[in-house]
Design a protein around this ligand. Structure first.
Ligand code: PMV
Length: 321
C-alpha cells in the first residue's frame, strides 16, 4: 500500500501559534513524502528510509526514534497480533529541518500506508492525532499546525486545540519559497522563544497578540484577494519574528532580495534561524523573484500556488486518502 503527503509552509503566525494565537498554513504539493508498506518474505518489520540512511528491523530501533515510535503506536492500536511481516519504505523530497513539515509529512504518509495495508480505517482526525504524538518527539512542544495542514492537505486557519478550519482562499495566489541553505531544528528556536517569553511574559504576550492580529487580518485579505495588503502583513509579521530573534542574516538577505525584486511582501516561514522564507508575488513575477533569490545565495526556490478552495471553506473536510 502506498500513501503520500505534501510539504507545507506557514503563511502567518509561527511561534505565536504555540501560545494559542491563530496561524495560517498551506500545503506544498511540489514536495512530498511517500511511504510504501508491503508484506515481506523476510521475518519482522523492516524500515528502509534511504534519505536518512536508515535500514533496520523495528526491534533494533530505540523507543524515541520517530519512525519506530509511530510504527509501534499504530501496531499497538491496530492490535493485530501476530503482525504480518512487513517492508516499510520511506522516501521524501521535502527538505529536512527547513520548516517545510518533512517530519509531519512522513508521519502522515506512514500512518495512512500502514493503516491501509492492515485494513484499518482511520479518519483524518485520527491520522492527524497520531502524527501529533510524533511531532512531540521532533519538536518538544508543537502547536499541531504541521500535522494538521499536512493531513488535510488544504490551506488552514489553525488555533491550537481547536477544530481545524479550512481557509477560504478567494482566488489563487503565488508565493516563492526560498531555502536559506541553513538547516535549523525547530525544537531549538521554539525553546529559545520560550526562554524569551519566560524572561518577560508581559512583553512577549503583547508581541504574540500582534502576530495573532496579523494572522486574522491575513485571513480576511486571503478571502478577499487583496494581495498588496497581504504583502504588507507579511512584512509586519517578519518584523515581529525578528524581534522574537528567530530570523537570521541569511533569511534577512533573502527577504530583502525578494522585496527588491518586486515581491509584495516576504517573511521567514516555520521555526526560523534558517530553513525557508516565503515571498508573495504577483502573477507571473515568480521567476524574477526566484532568480533574485538565487543571486542572493538561495540554493533552491520553489514557486507554489495556493489554490482556492472556496467551496470547502468552513465545512467538514472530506477524506484525502
Ligand atoms: O516545523 P516548522 O519549522 O515549520 O515550525 C512550526 C511552527 C512553529 O510555530 C515554530 C512551531 C509549532 O509547533 O507551531
Amino acid at each position: 500500500m502506498k500513501a503520500s503527503a505534501p510539504g507545507k509552509i506557514i503563511l502567518f503566525g509561527e511561534h505565536a501559534v504555540v501560545y494559542g494565537r491563530p496561524a495560517l498554513a498551506a500545503p506544498v504539493p511540489q514536495v512530498r513524502a511517500q511511504v510504501d508498506v508491503s508484506e515481506s518474505a523476510r521475518a519482522g518489520i523492516w524500515i528502509d528510509a534511504p534519505n536518512i540512511g536508515l535500514r533496520a528491523e523495528l526491534e533494533a530501533l530505540p523507543p524515541d526514534q520517530p519512525l519506530a515510535a509511530l510504527t509501534r503506536n499504530l501496531l499497538a492500536a491496530i492490535g493485530k497480533d501476530p503482525h504480518p511481516d512487513l517492508q516499510i519504505t520511506i522516501t521524501s523530497t521535502i527538505p529536512v529541518a527547513a520548516g517545510m513539515g518533512s517530519g509531519a509529512a512522513v508521519s502522515v504518509a506512514l500512518i495512512r500506508a500502514l493503516a491501509s495495508a492492515l485494513a484499518w480505517p482511520l479518519s483524518d482526525e485520527q491520522v492527524s492525532a497520531y502524527a501529533y504524538e510524533i511531532e512531540k518527539l521532533h519538536h518538544g512542544n508543537p502547536s499541531g499546525i504541521d500535522n494538521t495542514v499536512v493531513t488535510y492537505a488544504r490551506p488552514v486557519f489553525f488555533v491550537k486545540g481547536q477544530p481545524v478550519q479550512i481557509l477560504d482562499v478567494g482566488a489563487p495566489f503565488s508565493v516563492v519559497i526560498g531555502d536559506s541553505g541553513v538547516p535549523a531544528p525547530t525544537r531549538e528556536s521554539v525553546s529559545d522563544v520560550r526562554r524569551l517569553w519566560e524572561s518577560d511574559k508581559g512583553k512577549w504576550e503583547a508581541v504574540f497578540d500582534e502576530i495573532g492580529d496579523l494572522a486574522r487580518k491575513a485571513q480576511a485579505a486571503i478571502e478577499q484577494g487583496v494581495w498588496k495588503t497581504l504583502g504588507t502583513l507579511m512584512d509586519q509579521n517578519q518584523a515581529l519574528l525578528t524581534q522574537l530573534t528567530v530570523s537570521s542574516p541569511e533569511l534577512d538577505r533573502l527577504v530583502s532580495a525578494a522585496r527588491n525584486a518586486g515581491a509584495l511582501g516576504a517573511k521567514l516561514s516555520g521555526g526560523g534561524r534558517g530553513g525557508n522564507m516565503i515571498a508573495l508575488v504577483e502573477e507571473g513575477a515568480g521567476e524574477k523573484v526566484a532568480t533574485a533569490l538565487a543571486a542572493a545565495g538561495c540554493p533552491r526556490a520553489i514557486i507554489a500556488t495556493i489554490e482556492a478552495w472556496p467551496q470547502l471553506a468552513n465545512r467538514p473536510v472530506p477524506a484525502t486518502t
